[in-house]
Design a binder for this molecule. Structure first.
Ligand code: HEM
Length: 398
């Protein structure tokens, strides 16, 4: 077991990024709560993480105080404090209802034929090359197409989206470097300017059914989104669906290389694809950390916490908790039950999980059918982030 006495999310040991799971197991075994040097609390046990997600009146998502200290009055502050994920009701409810209306199961099912086509085109292009980078050539090219289509971003304007998204979400890492802050702020500015132009075009066109138009014209309780709410929540939607889904597909394909018996099983029984995706979400959760702040005093794990306590919930650890999952460190593509928390739970549970699941199912299923004996051509390069777990590069022989 690694030494976790001085464990600090803002100053993580170098080997944590490659394999955080021994740290999580040690933290879980030691106590329900781990106090960080900055006074915040880290939770790693499944039941506590679930309790936090299910009780939004006790554990607030409002980040104005935390981000005020972290970002100052910058574009990053304006962006992150206006997106629904970092707000409580009633602002959260207003935006969430509009987004839910646009991401119904029916709307998600409609993207399937184009998505299958797109994945096949990527596979064709890789087949010609014989070798490929699983992230650049495949995993990252899928969400940008899907979310770009959902919001109606013209294909030739999508090139900067991924870098903007990486820079804006990268600024949420527990430790913010000056360089990450600069890149994040630049990205928000450029993204805002781009979206304002796109929204102006949508204002001039009627009868469009993309997500931007639905948010632009939609009303909840007689209210429309303000200009800033619209821009920042469109940025959030474009970001939320990018890195996370790229990581799900990349993590899943690498996990199958590292667990050849599971790969053989999935190839022999392709109907397991749905449960396999749930298992990748559990085993290598793309989003490992979440944050809340206590709105009222609360007792957790026998410790009294005053209002205003910053909480980090560790999804990645909860999803490997042996109190909840049998043999949690074993990858089992047929695992059932599998009540993982990769999409969180409660009122903020991922609004795009239907889209993410469909993307991953189609991508991994079709990839395995086309390249059943793929292998790694070199060691994959990790993203080097604690919050978002994935790879930057995965050189692969097809
Ligand atoms: C594998 C892919 C994905 C993962 C692991 C993931 C994970 C999550 C998690 C953990 C949250 C809750 C955050 C919190 O409350 O602290 C969340 C929220 C959200 N996600 Fe996802 N997400 C994924 C893909 C997507 C996609 C594709 C979209 C959009 C098309 C999306 C849209 C959203 C939105 C709008 C929220 C905010 C919900 C709210 O605050 O009510 N996500 N996601």
């Amino acid at each position: 077991m690694p030494d976790i006495n001085g464990f600090d999310l803002r100053n993580l040991p170098a080997d944590f990024y490659a394999n955080p799971f021994p740290y999580y197991a040690a933290l879980q075994a030691q106590s329900a709560l781990k106090r960080m040097p900055d006074g915040s609390i880290l939770l790693t046990r499944y039941r506590d993480v679930e309790f936090v997600y299910k009780n939004p009146k006790i554990f607030s998502s409002d980040k104005k105080r935390e981000f005020g200290e972290k970002f100052g009055l910058t574009p990053l502050f304006a962006h992150h404090t206006t997106s629904l994920v970092f707000n409580d009701p009633p602002l959260h409810t207003r935006i969430r209802r509009l987004i839910n209306g646009a991401l119904t199961p029916r709307a998600v099912a409609q993207i399937q034929p184009h998505l299958e086509n797109w994945v096949d085109r990527l596979l064709d292009a890789m087949a010609v090359k014989k070798s490929a980078d699983l992230i650049e050539d495949f995993a990252a090219a899928i969400p940008v197409e899907v979310v770009g289509n959902l919001l109606g971003v013209p294909r030739h304007e999508r090139a900067p989206l991924r870098d903007w998204s990486l820079a804006i979400l990268g600024a949420l890492e527990p430790r913010l470097t000056p360089d990450a802050a600069r890149r994040g702020n630049d990205a928000v500015r450029e993204f805002e300017a781009y979206l304002e132009g796109l929204i102006d075009q949508r204002c001039a066109q009627s009868g469009q059914s993309d997500l931007i138009s639905l948010l632009l014209h939609g009303e909840y309780a007689g209210q429309r989104l303000s200009g800033a709410e619209l821009v920042h929540n469109c940025i959030f939607l474009l970001n939320a669906g990018h890195e996370t889904t790229t990581n799900l597909i990349g993590n899943g394909l690498v996990a199958l290389v590292e667990h050849p018996a599971q790969r053989e099983r999935l190839i022999a029984e392709p109907d397991l694809i749905k449960s396999a995706i749930e298992e990748f979400l559990r085993f290598e959760s793309p989003n490992q950390l979440g944050n809340r702040i206590t709105a009222v005093p609360v007792e957790l794990g026998g410790v009294a916490l005053p209002a205003g306590t910053q909480i980090t919930v560790c999804i990645g650890a909860a999803n490997r908790d042996s109190e909840q999952f049998l043999e949690p460190d074993t990858l089992d593509v047929g695992r059932s039950p599998n009540r993982h928390l990769a999409f969180a739970s409660g009122i903020h549970q991922c609004a795009g999980m239907g889209v993410a699941r469909l993307e991953a199912e189609i991508a991994i299923d079709r990839f395995l059918r086309r390249f059943p004996s793929y292998s790694l051509a070199a060691a994959p390069t990790r993203g080097g982030r604690a919050r978002f777990r994935g790879f930057l590069r995965v050189p692969c022989r097809l």
